[in-house]
Design a protein around this ligand. Structure first.
Ligand SMILES: Nc1ncnc2c1ncn2[C@@H]1O[C@H](COP(=O)(O)OP(=O)(O)OP(=O)(O)O)[C@@H](O)[C@H]1O
Ligand SMILES: [Mg+2]
Length: 594
């Protein structure tokens, strides 16, 4: 990139998805980030131990006051209280730091795995899944899993720790009061379990609906021009409202189940406090138990509210997170239909052969290419013509290994392309796809796209090559203008030429233009072709798909496709004699130009 503003250098995360992550994500991350995880737990134990001291100390000081002890001894108890509170604050700070570090590292790791998967999967996967769903997975689901492994696990651990500390202290004051006031506690796990399953199911449904809603929103926003030009605003709004309503119903259902948790828990504990007042008050009045001890006990019952709620809360977070991880797991286990397993390096191009290649798109009835065979050697230019939908772009897709071919072989330098590393294969070609795509980045960064450092003069050279230099002058900010959504909008032809400049700057020996000249005016096209055929580029190989035969006049050979089959193959003069498709295209185009 030309910009040097980037300071964070992130390592690519290409190690694949560990089996332990798929099997048990919680355990996997506890182990992977054990330092912050255990430091978080120790600070949490410290917090709870120091948090148990104030009721005891305050109760003790109440008794000291009622006994009329000296100010000095009361001050000593209060000093101990201040020290305990200071430690409590310190431990609280620590667990927040460690636990935050832990769960944010988990989210980062998971996002990277998902992102890697997105870059690994081919067009077959993306044609089946909406962008909204993919966005929801990497943002929403990752966040819910983070909430489960972070706050979810934390509150559960916290309640276990509190349950280990507080009841023994209560028993030390009065075993009788303890069992009576906590009698309803054993019922809680049953309530939790019955709600748990329902929440999980409801939540999965809510997430599916959310993904559906994001998909539709994304589509409506990106297709807003088409919607408006067909005056379909009302219909699309009705569709959006319907899906939004469905999401609202499912959220409402989950909210109702969620709301049952806290009141149920509190009911149990409040009952405990009432029981304490009934059984404890007479003993305090008779003097069998001190007021301070009664005060401490009452405080401990209040402390028991939290773990009871926390169990519900934690289980809830964990259920939601598990639902989200089920969806993430499904993605991470999706196998790429074009595995990148080739080992042989590929540096130079000598020859390309298609040998009886037949290919059917996944889910399609008829093959897009049938029994296609041809050869292209280094230094040659291959033209491809054919009607709309005759399989021209498909041929390029297969050459770039976007799909796996089922029959036949595509060979480069005599070896099937599957044998090469995909990265090497793609570095061999400079492809200008049919659909120009520009990123919402600076104009110069759109051209200098890739991991190599391009000099500014190289960018200018590529722009000159595609005859775009005059347009750059007219754009405010020129090479620094930000394109796309929040920036400068370019015409179809301008976009096409910039994507061409992006391919040209790579200076590879093999240029592929998929109908890229279609959005360019005839003069610019002529200029580009002249540049391509100029002396310095003549040793380079090219595939040019074009509907205009004039662009292919100088091609070594042109391949004529008809319904996915090779109709003819030869140079301009040969095809004029032998190919009926070529002939009719030629006469049509010469008529038009006359
Ligand atoms: N992703 C896809 N899934 C299923 N079928 C597809 C897919 N892409 C293309 N096809 C089909 O394959 C056939 C060949 O398409 P292709 O895009 O290769 O045509 P083309 O010759 O490049 O057409 P054009 O001149 O319009 O660019 C068409 O019938 C098309 O409907
Ligand atoms: Mg095409």
């Amino acid at each position: 990139m030309l910009d040097s503003g980037q300071t964070i250098v992130a390592e690519p995360n290409n190690q694949g998805v560990p089996a332990t992550l798929i099997k048990n994500p919680f355990l996997h991350y506890f182990k992977k980030h054990k330092r912050s995880f255990f430091a978080g737990i120790f600070s949490l134990i410290g917090t709870n131990l120091t948090d148990a001291l104030p009721p005891l100390l305050i109760g003790y000081s109440i008794d000291q006051i009622t006994r009329g002890e000296s100010i000095d001894s009361i001050a000593l108890t209060l000093a101990a209280l201040i020290v305990a509170t200071a430690f409590l604050a310190w431990f609280r700070y620590l667990w927040r730091v460690y636990w935050g570090r832990f769960n944010h590292s988990v989210a980062e790791d998971l996002r990277n795995h998902i992102y890697d998967k997105y870059t690994d999967l081919g067009p077959t996967f993306f044609s089946k899944t909406s962008v909204g769903e993919l966005m929801s997975l990497i943002n929403n689901d990752v966040n819910l899993f983070r909430m489960a492994i972070g706050p979810g696990v934390l509150v559960l651990l916290d309640s276990v720790i509190v349950l280990c500390i507080i009841p023994p202290l209560m028993i030390s004051i009065s075993p009788d009061w303890t069992w009576k006031s906590l009698i309803l506690i054993p019922l809680i796990p049953f309530v939790v379990r019955s709600l748990m399953t329902k929440i999980r199911e409801g939540y999965k449904k809510q997430q599916d609906r959310f993904a559906e809603l994001s998909g539709v929103s994304q589509e409506i926003v990106s297709g807003i021009r088409v919607i408006k030009s067909y005056a379909q605003e009302d219909n699309q709004t009705a569709l959006y409202n319907k899906i939004s309503k469905r999401y609202q119903f499912s959220s409402d259902h989950v909210a109702k189940l969620d709301s049952l948790f806290a009141p149920t828990m509190e009911l149990g504990v409040t009952t405990g406090s009432v029981i304490l007042l009934v059984v404890g008050a007479p003993e305090v009045m008779s003097g069998a138990v001190s007021v301070g001890a009664f005060f401490a006990f009452y405080q401990y019952i209040q402390r028991m509210i939290w773990p009871m709620e926390a169990i519900g809360l934690g289980v809830n977070f964990i259920q939601k997170g598990r639902g989200s991880f089920d969806r993430i797991r499904e993605l991470l286990q999706t196998e790429s239909d074009v595995p990148d397993e080739g080992q042989i390096p590929l540096k130079t191009f000598q020859s390309l052969e298609f040998e009886q290649v037949t290919f059917t798109y996944p889910g399609a009835d008829a093959p897009a290419l049938k029994n296609l065979s041809f050869q292209l050697n280094r230094g040659e230019t291959l033209g491809i013509v054919g009607a709309i939908g005759s399989g021209k772009s498909t041929l390029i897709e297969l050459l770039c290994r976007q799909y796996q071919i089922s029959e036949g072989k595509i060979k480069i330098n005599g070896l099937p392309i599957e044998n090469y590393k995909r990265e090497d294969l793609m570095n061999l070609f400079s492809v200008v796809p049919q659909d120009a795509f520009l990123f919402s980045r600076k104009l110069k960064d759109n051209i200098a796209f890739g991991d190599r450092q391009w000099s500014f003069s190289q960018v200018e050279g590529a722009v000159r090559y595609v005859n775009f230099e005059d347009e750059v002058e007219k754009i405010p900010d020129g090479y620094d203008a930000v394109l796309g959504e929040k920036g400068v909008n370019l015409s179809g032809g301008q976009k096409q030429r910039l994507t061409m400049a992006r391919a040209i700057i790579r200076q590879s020996d093999f240029l592929i233009l998929d109908d890229s000249l279609s959005a360019v005016d005839a003069e610019t096209e002529k200029k580009i072709l002249e540049e391509m055929n100029a002396q310095e580029h003549s040793s380079k190989t090219a595939i040019i798909i074009s509907h205009r035969l004039a662009s292919l006049r100088k091609a070594t050979n042109t391949l004529v496709l008809k319904n996915g089959e090779l109709e003819d193959f030869g140079n301009h003069h040969q095809l004029l004699k032998s190919s009926s498709t070529y002939q009719s295209l030629y006469s049509l185009q010469t008529e038009v130009s006359q």
